[in-house]
Write a protein that binds this ligand. Structure first.
Ligand SMILES: Cc1cc2nc3c(=O)[nH]c(=O)nc-3n(C[C@H](O)[C@H](O)[C@H](O)COP(=O)(O)O)c2cc1C
Length: 391
């Protein structure tokens, strides 16, 4: 008989992130799916992010008592239950009504920090009051610096624990599969509008809750530009290529808690971030969404750790399995951010789906840690081998 993924609504039967991905793909209209899934241009970076994990293999130790193992970590002076952090993703309201809240609640229930995007569809204060977990705020350096100042001030006041400054999206990327859904910026083609109408459950949620809006930018744009579909070109148009390392000083000056720079892809930039006062960096190619033919962050992790042994180095892009997370931790990552993995869960079934995504990843991390014969994530380095070094 042909192998087939589960297609029903009993989430406890969903085994893997890939299976949740398939449920998400079926529930979403193509334009919303392409927004989440597509990579830039030929999607080489997107593919490389997954392939890079196969450059490493495990050499497990056997007959070790791992009954008291822990997947916990310590990060910025806090004990965390696992090495996962939910990455910032904008426009979550396209995946599910009140998507940011659903994702933040799922993260809080799993004990996983949640990062809210500058381009979220829920006000950061609402997340803090209705999904009080361990919250981080993401910041884009926009053309109007007053917008960033406002977000930093509000995030601090609302108790966000860390600020993530994303630096790799100052130029609009060529996600062609996403662009093909529109006949003009912000206007779906007839075919995609009809496709949306044919996705009944998704459409019903969309109509009931209205078009998601950029709620964190509402004091800076006229109401018609706050729509996450029609207003997106105007809002993302605030991202300009003139931003440099100097612009970080303004943020560092205003934010005293942990500051992370996201989008680092070289040792030299990791060092610059360190010199500019960042408390941590996130190696990331934005999940293959910005620059095609980029390296996978996993490929530079070891070098960056060697150059900056005391700096917390987080990583994202392509993590879909517990084993992927263990490989990064073995190479010295301080934590791993997951973007699409929980988003697939959110798009498939809201908060319950996002919870299932995190549950699957956490169970895989725990199970593989035990199978490696390790009791802590710090021990995993000894069990990792470069695949080509085996012969
Ligand atoms: C749909 C989507 C929206 C995203 N929006 C943002 C964003 O608003 N800010 C940001 O810093 N990164 C954003 N990212 C990038 C993620 O934070 C993260 O770097 C990436 O998803 C990691 O790769 P993965 O999806 O393979 O886990 C987005 C990613 C996706 C998939």
């Amino acid at each position: 008989m042909k192998r087939q993924y589960y297609r029903g609504s009993d989430l406890t039967r969903v085994q893997s992130i890939d299976e949740l991905r398939e449920l998400a793909r079926r529930r979403l209209p193509a334009f919303a799916w392409e927004y989440i899934e597509s990579g830039v241009e030929d999607e080489h970076t997107l593919a490389r992010n997954r392939e890079a994990f196969q450059d490493y293999r495990f050499a497990p130790a056997t007959l070790v008592d791992t009954s008291a193992r822990s997947i916990g970590i310590r990060l910025f002076g806090r004990d965390l239950a696992s090495p996962l952090v939910v990455a910032p993703t904008g426009f979550n309201g396209l995946a599910y009504p009140r998507g940011d809240l659903a994702l933040a609640r799922a993260a809080a229930n799993a004990g996983v920090p949640f990062t809210l995007s500058s381009f979220a569809n829920t006000a950061l204060e609402t997340i803090a009051s209705e999904a009080p977990g361990h919250l981080w705020m993401q910041l884009y350096l926009l053309d109007n610096p007053a917008i960033g100042d406002d977000i930093v001030r509000r995030a601090d006041a609302a108790g966000y624990a860390a600020l993530v400054v994303t630096t790799d999206a100052q130029i609009a990327s060529g996600r062609e599969w996403q662009r093909r859904c529109y006949r003009a910026p912000g206007q779906l083609t007839l075919r995609h509008a009809l496709d949306a109408a044919c996705h009944g459950p998704w459409m019903a949620g969309f109509l009931r809750h209205g078009t998601p809006r950029f709620e964190n930018l509402r004091d800076f744009f006229p109401p018609e530009q706050l729509s996450a579909i029609r207003g997106a070109p105007a809002i993302t148009g605030q991202l300009k290529p003139k931003v440099t390392w100097q612009d970080l000083e303004r943020v560092r000056h205003r934010w005293s808690k942990p500051l992370l720079i996201k989008g680092i892809m070289s040792v030299a930039d990791a060092q610059r971030a360190h010199e500019r006062g960042a408390d941590g960096i996130i190696l990331s190619n934005h999940g293959g969404r910005q620059m095609d033919d980029a390296m996978a962050p996993l490929e530079i992790l070891e070098q960056v750790k060697q150059a900056l042994p005391d700096m917390p180095v987080l990583i994202d892009s392509g993590f879909r399995r517990g084993n992927d997370v263990l490989k990064a931790m073995a190479l010295g990552a301080a934590a791993v951010m997951v973007g699409r993995a929980p988003l697939y869960g959110l798009a498939a079934a809201g908060q319950a789906g996002a919870e299932q995504a995190l549950r699957i990843l956490l169970a895989e991390i725990d199970r593989s840690l035990g199978l490696l014969g390790c009791n802590t994530l710090a021990e995993t380095g000894a069990c990792l081998v470069r695949a080509h070094a085996r012969s």
